[in-house]
Structure formats: C-alpha cells, structure tokens
Write a protein that binds this ligand. Structure first.
Ligand code: PHB
Length: 400
C-alpha cells in the first residue's frame, strides 16, 4: 500500500491518522520514523535488452523515458520515482523469473518493457488483468493488444501488422510485383512477413521466395546468392539493431544494392548512419522519422542528443512516450497508484504529444497513428509520403 493521500482523505484526516501511527511506532520502537510529506516513490520496473543485437534499442528506450520524466521534475503524480532495471538479454525462458522478480520481490507499480516480441507475449500472458500495469515500449507481437489485450496492458510503439501491412500497396505502387521475403525467424519477423504478404498479394503481388533466417544470427551470404539467382523486383525484410547494420553492408557487398531494391520497416531505423553508403535508397514504412519537422520532434531530438550524445530514433520516441503516458496517467489520479481502475482509465484517455505526431489510444490501449513512407537519403530516413493515415491495429481477438 502506497504511503500517499487517499483521494477522499483530507490533509487533516491524513495527519490525524498518521500521527496516531507515529505514536504507536515511537512507543514501541522509540524511533520516530514517519516523515509527514515524504511520499513513497512510484516503482517503475524496466525489462529491456542492454546486451546483444538489440542493446541500443533498450538503452534508447530507457534513456528517453528517464529524460521525459526528468523534464517533468522527476515526479509522477507528485511522487518521486524509483526505477528497477533488469537486462532482458532477449532471453524468453528467463523472462518469467525476471517478471516475477519485478512483481513479487520489487513490488513495482508498472513494468516498462520489453523490446523482443517473444518476451512481450510471455509478459502479456503473465500480467493480463493483474494488479501491475504494463507499458510495452517496443515489442510488436499482434497478440499483446490482440487476444491478450487487457485494461492494464498498454503499448506506446506499434504492432507487427501496423508497420508491415502498409508496405504492400507502397511496393506495388513502386512497380514491384515479384518480391522475396527475408526476415528473422521469430514471432515479430513472422507476423511482419504475414501482414506484408496479406496486402501485397491482395493487390496482385507475388511472393517468389519466403526465406526466414535464424534469430539473431547474421550470416546472410547464402540467402543473397539465392536472391541474385531469383532476380525478384525487390526484397522485403525485417531486421533491426546491430543485425540490420550487418545485413545492409553485406547486401551491398554482395553487389545487390541498386540492382534489387531493398525495403523494410525497421531496417534503417537508428542504423542508416552506421551502415553508411550501404543504406542509401532503402525504403521503409514506419510510424516515425527523425526528419518530421513538428516542434515536439525538433525539441526531442535536440534534448536526446544533449542527454545521451546519440541521434534519436523510433525506439527513443517510444520510451519518451512511455514517460509521457506515466506522467499524464499519474497526474490524472494525483499519484494514487492504488486507484487502479481510475489510473487505467486516465491512461487510456490521454493524448500523447509525441515526436511522431499527436496520437491517442485505441480501445485495446494501442496507438492510432500515421505510418510514414521513408527513403534513406544522405544517411537519414526522409519522409517521402504517408503510407497509411491514422491507422488503427485491428486488435484481432481483443474483447476490450
Ligand atoms: C520485436 O521483437 O517485437 C521487435 C524487435 C525489434 C524491432 C521491432 C520489433 O525493431
């Protein structure tokens, strides 16, 4: 139970009750420990990758969330904040014990995480309708706000479907009819490939080869040999983080850059600069671009660069927006984390002034957002169109 004012308690009632408690404590232990006005911190558990191919994603999410909360005076609903941070190591089996540790031992009010969809699905299963509120700042598995949706599960990022479905019509419009699929073979990659295939085939496109590759491995040469032999109009992919940089460099080294157009969702996000010339010309569909020129994004990019020394990317945006969701939700209940239903309703009804553009949440607690069409030009993801306006995830199976 949090040591904060109950909503319906006046300050005088609070002081009266707590002074009685203080007398009892003082009489039995002689240590007057209760400091009136000292509010217990809101406990925010964090489960993100800080090692491996998604390490940068995890640190950008956490850094940007902390930056956002620091900018609001390091308070949530008037209370201080305490972070309990665990490296997920992208390890799905170990995530059960790590989530239990945050919930049972650390007794957190919120869990912010994860990046990896396998862990996201496990977390949603474990926390559905429980007393802890989950904020997913990346993992895109459709189920999280689909069949596993719950009033206590929020997502500030995207779903597999939401980022990949708009790429089908966009590639057809560019004249690509025969496409090869290359993606990491786990939940998110598979759902990305399926959502793309759905819209692409419905529009008259053909998948000439479906080539999942083992996650998180980065030996791509044999796949590129097959691509060269198949001579498709284009390749559609899902790779991200460190693996995406290697993919782009190897694609160029295999002589395929400029010959067979490369598309993706996250391929060039936070990776275009590191991949250098190998990323030029790659197109993607995503809910953010560093090149968006709204004032929130301009300030956010400058603040993030100053705070971390890094360029902002979509992962930082998702962490920043998780911070905004915490701030606005807790302000709505004046920091009373025990008022769970009111808190969840306050969170569901916020409008987030995001660097990606203003967004609201669907009934499944998932962002309704624009999906941009981007192309790497001069090392950055330039916005060359809007692939889908105010796109809502269909939330298949969600009973909310
Ligand atoms: C995921 O596993 O859901 C995932 C990971 C990295 C991304 C996007 C999605 O860039």
């Amino acid at each position: 139970m949090s040591k904060i004012f109950k909503k319906d308690m006046t300050r005088r009632e609070f002081v009266k009750k707590t002074s009685t408690a203080m007398v009892v404590t003082a009489a039995s232990s002689m240590i007057p420990t209760f400091a009136i006005g000292g509010m217990a911190p809101v406990k925010v558990g964090v489960l993100l990758p800080f090692t491996g191919t998604y390490a940068k994603l995890g640190s950008h999410i956490l850094d940007a969330m902390k930056m956002r909360i620091a900018q609001a005076g390091d308070k949530l609903g008037g209370r201080p904040v305490e972070y309990k941070v665990i490296d997920s190591e992208m390890n799905v089996p170990k995530s059960t014990q790590r989530i239990n540790k945050l919930v049972k031992k650390e007794k957190v009010d919120f869990i912010v995480g994860p990046v990896h969809s396998g862990i996201g699905i496990n977390m949603a299963r474990m926390l559905k309708d429980k007393n802890v509120i989950a904020i997913v700042p990346n993992a895109g598995a459709d189920q999280i706000t689909g069949e596993l949706c719950a009033p206590n599960i929020f997502r500030t990022s995207f779903s597999s479907w939401q980022t990949a479905y708009p790429a089908g019509p966009a590639m057809l419009k560019d004249g690509h009819k025969k496409v090869v699929l290359l993606y990491w073979n786990y939940a998110f990659g598979k759902q990305t490939a399926a959502a793309f295939t759905e819209s692409f085939v419905a529009g008259g496109g053909e998948i000439v080869a479906d080539m999942p590759t083992p996650f998180p491995k980065t030996e791509f040469q044999s796949y590129f040999t097959k691509v060269a032999a198949l001579e498709p109009d284009a390749v559609f992919t899902f790779y991200s983080g460190g693996g995406a940089i290697k993919f782009m460099k190897d694609y160029a080294a295999a002589g395929l850059q400029g010959k067979i157009p490369l598309w993706g969702t996250f391929l060039t996000e936070g990776t275009a600069k590191a991949a250098g010339a190998a990323s030029e010309g790659i197109k993607s569909t995503l809910h953010y671009s560093s090149e968006l020129d709204n004032p929130t994004n301009i300030k956010f990019k400058a603040d993030f660069k100053k705070t971390t020394g890094d360029d902002a990317d979509v992962f930082a945006v998702q962490g920043y927006d998780a911070g905004s969701l915490l701030i606005q939700g807790l302000d709505g209940v004046k920091g009373d984390t025990d008022a769970k239903i009111d808190l969840q309703n306050a969170m569901r009804n916020v409008k987030i002034d995001s660097p990606r553009g203003m967004f609201t949440f669907s009934k499944a607690n998932h962002p309704i957002q624009d999906i941009y069409l981007r192309e790497v030009q001069g090392g950055v993801n330039k916005v060359i169109g809007v692939a889908a306006k105010a796109l809502e995830d269909p939330a298949v199976g969600c009973k909310a």
